[in-house]
Design a binder for this molecule. Sequence first.
Ligand SMILES: [Zn+2]
Length: 125
Amino acid sequence: MTNRTVTLATLDHGEITIPEPAWCIGHPNHRPDDHRADILHSGPDTVLAFRGRHITDASLVQSPFSTAEIPELCSSTPGVSVSVLGLTLDPVGLYELAAALETYADQLRNLADQLDTFLAGGDER
Ligand SMILES: [Zn+2]
């Protein structure tokens, strides 16, 4: 449990002080004219990059005052936002995504094997 707090100015509730999760990197993009429901805790990005190209990133997120409560978009329940999907996933969804990525990695290795065979003058079907 954390004892950290953060104080943020809001358009609709004035200055508020709220618990700050240990994983939150702060609110550098928060603006005083943001509404309380817009407050978003977010953790550091986990980035997938290849040869300097940013492919996607993911991070813990929580909208503690969300009024919409759409689990895959914004929610007071913490989730992991995955930028390539434009969705926030729960643990089950994250495991499903990880399994899909593992399957895709296997498919890429199979393509590499096929290409290696072609280039070595083997089966050219
Ligand atoms: Zn925060």
